[in-house]
Design a protein around this ligand. Structure first.
Ligand code: NAD
Ligand code: DAO
Ligand code: ZN
Length: 374
């Protein structure tokens, strides 16, 4: 407490190179900051995207990782909501409970530390990580690829101490996002028809949510048919490989074969062509399409305005619309009460030193989530 900690971290020195496990120094937390001993972290698509160098806002060197869980090692002055020894999940979408976004029930996009977080800095504009005397940037306000990290107190929540952290770390991003898109962003009603593009962890979490919401038909769409087995486990009722439509636009195939289209569609890939398909396969008159996937930098979506004139709605979601500190602890409890699956998303349990292998299986489409033990 109050001292610099030396520990291991996976440093991203430059884009498109494997991460390198280094000994780093982690400064103590300052006012309104929390130092966390990370026990488990998963690897998400966004870590890979930033590491690939495609993210124009990616900063290097940095410590990536934003789907993690751990225990509070120490707190800085004026931290009131967590204490040493608490089990916690870092939150890349913070919740200050004071800004005009936090006080508006229509959004979860707290802006209190938006600018510094985007620049890889703590809210006071400085960094807490050093390696060989060189400062290392923070990432998404979390930097979970380190045995110790420092986060803002509005970017962390205390969770039930009975929770297995190797599972609930997944609630730091992908699963929460897909599940919340169903309940918060779209408010899917019982009896609805739903189609989901992309059966990775995010798409499967949408399927899990749609089932819990009482959807009567849930169509999983992926070009990798190995994903269909998983989708069934989570509640999908039908599967479609987009190649079935041949030369015909895929959305036309869906509208013709699924009763004029779906009440709700979700894009969980990050492909702007799939986003268009999903919008246009939403039912005329009332269909709602939700973008979850993060497209490449500079890409744009398109459709004919008549698609909206005739009653379709295009939406998007970040972190499933959940106000983070209020809701992540509740989702942990839902998992403990068997109302939410998490174990089924973990396809690989790896050692921290195997982190680059975790990225390889993600790129090869072999993993849903790899969980690393620190
Ligand atoms: P993933 O890579 O595990 O899954 C994507 C799936 O899409 C794969 O199964 C792949 O086979 C399939 N696919 C790819 N191209 C396809 C195509 N043209 N047609 C049909 N299927 C195709 O990814 P994930 O971890 O589930 O994340 C999905 C997306 O959600 C990513 O873009 C990620 O960045 C984004 N995301 C967004 C938020 C948010 O808050 N909005 C949060 C987390 C993740
Ligand atoms: O308030 O402008 C803002 C920040 C929004 C960040 C939303 C990020 C959502 C998607 C990121 C992918 C998550 C891994
Ligand atoms: Zn706020």
């Amino acid at each position: 407490v109050g001292k610099v900690i030396k520990c291991r971290a996976a440093v991203a020195w430059e884009p498109n190179k494997p991460l390198s496990i280094e000994e780093i120094e982690v400064e103590p937390p300052r006012e309104h900051e929390v130092r966390i001993k990370i026990l488990y972290t998963a690897i998400c698509h966004t870590d890979a995207y930033t590491l690939s160098g495609q993210d124009p806002e990616g900063i290097f060197p940095a410590i990536l990782g934003h789907e993690g869980a751990g225990v509070v090692e120490s707190v800085g002055p004026n931290v009131t909501d967590v204490a040493v020894g608490d089990f916690v999940i870092p939150l890349y979408t913070p919740q200050c409970r004071k800004c005009e976004y936090c006080t508006n029930p229509k959004t979860n996009l707290c802006q209190a530390i938006r600018a510094t977080q985007g620049q890889g800095l703590m809210p006071d504009g400085t960094k807490r990580f050093k390696c060989n005397g060189k400062e290392i940037a923070h990432f998404m306000g979390c930097s979970t690829f380190s045995e110790y990290t420092v986060v803002a107190d509005i970017s962390v929540c205390k969770v039930n101490p009975k929770a297995p952290l190797e599972k609930v770390c997944l609630l730091g991003c992908g699963i929460t996002t897909g599940y919340g898109a169903v309940f918060n962003t779209c408010k899917v009603e019982p009896g609805s028809t739903v189609a989901v593009w992309g059966l990775g962890a995010v798409g499967l979490a949408v399927i899990m949510g749609a089932k819990a919401a009482g959807a009567k038909q849930i169509v999983g769409i992926d070009m990798n048919e190995k994903k269909f087995e998983h989708a069934k486990l989570f509640g999908a009722t039908d599967f479609v490989n987009p190649k079935v439509s041949g030369d015909k636009p895929f959305q036309q195939y869906l509208v013709e074969n699924f009763n004029g289209g779906f009440d709700y569609t979700f894009e969980c890939i990050g492909n702007v062509h799939c986003m268009r398909q999903a919008l246009e396969a939403a039912h005329k008159g009332w269909g709602v399409s939700c973008i979850i996937g993060v497209a490449g930098a500079g890409q744009e979506i398109s459709t004919r305005p008549f698609q909206l004139v005739t009653g379709r709605t295009w939406k998007g979601t970040a972190f499933g619309g959940y106000k983070s500190r209020d809701n992540v602890p509740k989702l942990v409890d839902e998992y403990l009460n068997n109302r939410l699956k998490l174990d089924e998303f973990v396809t690989h349990n790896l050692k921290f030193s195997e982190i680059n292998h975790g990225f390889d299986v993600l790129h090869r489409g072999e993993s849903l989530r790899s969980v690393l033990k620190m």
